[in-house]
Design a protein around this ligand. Structure first.
Ligand code: NAD
Ligand code: MG
Length: 382
């Protein structure tokens, strides 16, 4: 089935790979959005001819409008533009490839319109998962995960006629570039080392999250929300090879896994074509050239971000939004060379202590908690 896509965050790692899939599989692109990277946005617009292109930053949008004046692409700016791209009537599928909680409101807008959501933006489910999943159910909007672990679980569940027969979800973790290091060693790692992921090429924020293991903590919460699973029925195992993307254990003890090369094109494509499978650009996996597959226990004490995320997963309410907001702020500071690697968990932990968490939050409570958490982080480093 050919889809018509609105790609939120088209110039990012997931956005660009979505365009690669669209090109290879013949899906149409109706809208693209970027924060401020106009040069790449112009090239994408010329190639895919969307009817709408959005640059969130006003100046970038003005530049993009001039660049695309000779084309049929309309250019909009700001939050309004983003919401218009998310609800564009021409698009049947919205790919949420924006990084951070900035993706929450556009995702909700797309859900209101009943679109299929190919969901990469995990922060949305971490902050407001219960609210988002409930609204999607009410509006009949399908949420299909793009995150490789959640896509693997989604794929393993396809053959399952008895949803009550799921015993456990098992999420694999590469362990990141610093797996096995002590706290002392972690205190010395540099930004360049943290930005070098052993198995995946991704955007800067998620690459740092993978190094701190916050990414796995966020994914644990994402899985709880997507599959309505309590924390005690989700397990994280370190799997250095990134070949088994995740697994589902059933009541009879059977475990199903999804395997593949470390290539996001496959989960992106499946989120578009599900329940169908079509040929596509993903690199096939050659079992005979795979290294031995290994599985180990994660270390949430040394990788404190994972420990903190697991505590918030238990607590629920706005604690996961505080965790996420503080982490986004701290990772931003780390990427600007303003703090060290171990300051990330330290600042997140402090924000969790300082910002009071509320149960059963509204969207406003969640957005406020996010802002308060960021404020707590910036105050701590001032
Ligand atoms: P990225 O940094 O490479 O790209 C982010 C995109 O969002 C860019 O197009 C950018 O212009 C846009 N953007 C950034 N800030 C914005 C803002 N405030 N408002 C509007 N647009 C903004 O990020 P990525 O690695 O592609 O990740 C995107 C999302 O997908 C993240 O939530 C990440 O956790 C998730 N994800 C990524 C991967 C991966 O392999 N990269 C895998 C699984 C999940
Ligand atoms: Mg993942």
């Amino acid at each position: 089935m050919k889809r018509t896509l609105s790609i939120l965050g088209s110039t990012g790692s997931i956005g660009q790979q979505t365009l690669k899939v669209a090109q290879a599989c013949g899906h149409k692109v109706a809208a693209i959005t970027v924060n401020r990277s106009v040069e790449l946005a112009e090239a994408q617009a010329r190639r895919f001819k969307p009817s709408l292109a959005v640059a969130v930053e006003e100046k970038a949008a003005a530049d993009l409008r001039t660049r695309l004046a000779d084309t049929g692409t309309k250019v909009l700016s700001g939050r309004g533009g983003l919401l218009e791209a998310a609800s564009l009537s021409e698009a049947d599928t919205v790919v949420t490839a924006i990084v951070g909680v900035a993706g929450l409101e556009p995702t909700l807008a797309a859900i209101e319109c009943g679109k299929r959501i190919a969901l990469a933006n995990k922060e949305t489910l971490v902050c407001a998962g219960e609210l988002v999943m409930a609204r999607a159910k009410e509006r009949g909007a399908e949420i299909v995960p793009v995150d490789s672990e959640h896509s693997a679980i989604f794929q393993c569940l396809q053959g399952c006629r008895d949803k009550g027969a799921v015993r456990r979800l098992i999420i694999t973790a590469s362990g990141g570039p610093f797996y096995g290091k002590s706290c002392e060693e972690l205190s010395l790692v540099t930004k360049a080392q943290a930005l070098k992921h052993p198995n995946w090429a991704m955007g800067a924020k998620i690459t740092i999250d993978s190094a701190t293991l916050m990414n796995k903590g966020l994914e644990f919460i994402e899985a709880m929300r997507l599959y309505a699973m309590p924390p005690e029925r989700i397990q994280i195992v370190v799997h250095r090879e990134s070949i088994v993307h995740s697994l589902v254990e059933f009541e009879d003890g059977a475990i199903l896994a999804q395997l593949g090369s470390a290539d996001m094109c496959l989960p992106i494509q499946y989120a578009l074509t599900w329940p169908e499978r079509t040929p596509g650009p993903a690199k096939p996996l050659d079992l005979l050239s795979c290294p031995p597959l290994t599985f180990q226990k994660p270390d949430p004490d040394t990788f404190r971000c994972l420990g903190l995320a697991l505590e918030c997963a238990e607590k629920g309410g706005t604690s996961t939004a505080i965790l996420n907001g503080a982490n986004e702020a701290a990772v931003g500071l780390f990427l600007e060379d303003k703090i060290g690697f171990l300051d990330i968990p330290r600042l997140v932990e402090r924000a969790l202590e300082q910002v009071p968490a509320a149960d059963r939050p509204s969207l406003d409570d969640i957005l406020e908690a996010d802002q308060a958490a960021r404020g707590a982080v910036y105050d701590s480093v001032r």
